[in-house]
Design a protein around this ligand. Structure first.
Ligand SMILES: NC(=O)c1ccc[n+]([C@@H]2O[C@H](COP(=O)([O-])OP(=O)(O)OC[C@H]3O[C@@H](n4cnc5c(N)ncnc54)[C@H](OP(=O)(O)O)[C@@H]3O)[C@@H](O)[C@H]2O)c1
Length: 252
């Protein structure tokens, strides 16, 4: 039985991934801060036939991440794949006079990813096998006003993976960066909900296939590739005028 550990599995994409892996009969480790919601996910996963272990975990806590990783490897008797999915969105708090909001985003979305993945790497290196996955974002290619923390956190984790890849490849460890556009989950709030969205279930179905193939970087859905290309080729001054009009009020 293959083993996957997922952070941020109490809702949205993480929950959908947990359910999809359980349906494929994987042993699934699910983690998040809200243990009541994790228990609900665990019950549904068990009904689908998977073996499930749940862990209350704040990814901002590196020591807890280490002990949970050790516990899961022990409970599941190994590790094949780790998905660093936990993340938060939100406004930078640009006019608040405080770095509290933006730093919370950076801490969760960057350090939370390194905290949760790195404890698994020595085991994967020893066994010469494994897959590390990070959930980046289309926002890592498209700077959004008032969301510098979010966009930059998603670039950072993609870049960390690009940096690790050639080294980890030598140990047969794959590194997969997934860059979703809007997916219908609680993280998408306010005016952003007007954009077309895919369901978390459709996304998870696709992501599992991509992770199995070990694709390096994956933009989903496919049409966001055109947006990324457009942002690259239009002059910055033009992009700034358009994006300022689109986000004349901060989205929260
Ligand atoms: N939905 C989209 O449109 C979209 C697009 C691009 C990228 N993404 C990325 O996809 C990932 C999943 O987001 P989602 O859309 O599924 O949103 P979501 O439904 O809000 O899920 C976020 C998950 O992260 C967990 N989390 C947040 N802070 C945490 C912390 N400090 N420690 C542990 N877990 C924490 C939450 O659980 P608890 O609150 O219970 O801890 C929750 O399970 C995020 O990294 C997000 O940036 C989403």
């Amino acid at each position: 039985m293959k083993k996957v550990f997922i952070t941020g599995a109490s809702s949205g994409i993480g929950k959908a991934l947990a359910l999809a892996y359980a349906k494929h009969n994987w042993c699934v480790g699910i983690s998040a801060r809200r243990s009541d919601m994790l228990e609900e996910v665990s019950t549904i996963c068990r009904e689908s036939g998977g073996e499930i272990f749940t862990y209350q975990l704040d990814v901002q806590d590196p020591e807890r991440c280490k002990s949970v990783a050790k516990q899961f490897i022990n409970d599941a008797q190994g590790i094949d794949c780790v998905i660093a999915n936990a993340g938060i969105g939100g406004d930078d708090g640009l006019y608040t006079g405080s770095s509290k909001d933006i730093n919370n985003i950076l801490n969760t979305n960057i350090l939370g990813v390194t905290n949760s993945l790195m404890p698994f790497i020595p085991t994967m290196k020893d066994q010469k096998n494994g897959t590390l996955v990070c959930i980046s974002s289309v926002a890592s290619y498209v700077p959004l006003p008032f969301h510098g923390g979010y966009s930059s956190s998603k670039i950072a984790i993609r870049m960390i993976f690009d940096s690790w890849r050639p080294t980890l490849q030598r140990h047969n460890i794959k590194t997969v960066s997934i860059c979703p556009g809007f997916i219908d989950t609680p993280i998408v709030k306010g005016p952003a909900r007007k954009f077309p969205m895919r369901s978390a279930e459709d996304a998870a179905f696709k992501f599992i296939k991509i992770i199995r193939k070990g694709k390096k970087t994956y933009v989903y859905p496919w049409y966001y590739k055109f947006l990324i290309l457009l942002v690259r080729i239009v002059p910055e001054s033009f992009y700034n005028i358009v994006i300022r009009k689109m986000f004349h009020r901060p989205i929260t």
